[in-house]
Design a protein around this ligand. Structure first.
Ligand SMILES: [Cu+2]
Length: 145
């Protein structure tokens, strides 16, 4: 790339007459420094990427997963209570998809495929029975207070 670019810039400089030496000198001094900067920037980006991905992801994930409902073997494990409006992570450890659906009203209805999903707890304190729409025998209660 650099070898190919050099003749082009020199050719343009020749057409400018007086500015030819200046343009050629600038181009030659800039090219290596730009390459160095690019390498340094890449190195910094890689280092920053490594450190930042390790840093914030811990606290952020912990905050998002403050309350967890675990689904395993067609059963719910629910926290004793959650705070109003809290983000609740649903960890579905079955190979089947489930839901966390409020029995009455539309307080919440989390579609929970295998893996993690989240939903917002109701903002109104209370006891919210819920079920799985795919497996009516699955029941749980979400206590908001
Ligand atoms: Cu289910």
């Amino acid at each position: 790339m650099l070898v190919g670019a050099a003749p082009d810039r020199r050719g343009t400089g020749t057409a400018d007459g007086d500015e030819r030496p200046m343009t050629g000198a600038r181009a030659q001094t800039r090219r290596p420094s730009i390459t160095l900067l690019a390498v340094l920037a890449l190195a910094c980006a890689v280092l920053a990427g490594c450190s930042s991905s390790g840093g914030p992801s811990g606290p952020t994930a912990a905050a998002a997963a403050k309350f967890v409902i675990t689904i395993k073997d067609f059963g719910y494990t629910t926290p004793a209570s959650v705070t109003p409006g809290a983000t609740i992570m649903v960890k579905n450890q079955d190979d089947t998809e489930h839901t966390v659906t409020a029995d009455s009203g539309n307080a919440f209805d989390d579609h929970a495929p295998t893996g993690n999903s989240t939903f917002k707890a109701p903002t109104k304190p209370g006891s919210y029975p819920f079920h799985c729409t795919f497996h009516p025998e699955m029941h749980g209660t979400l206590v908001v207070k």
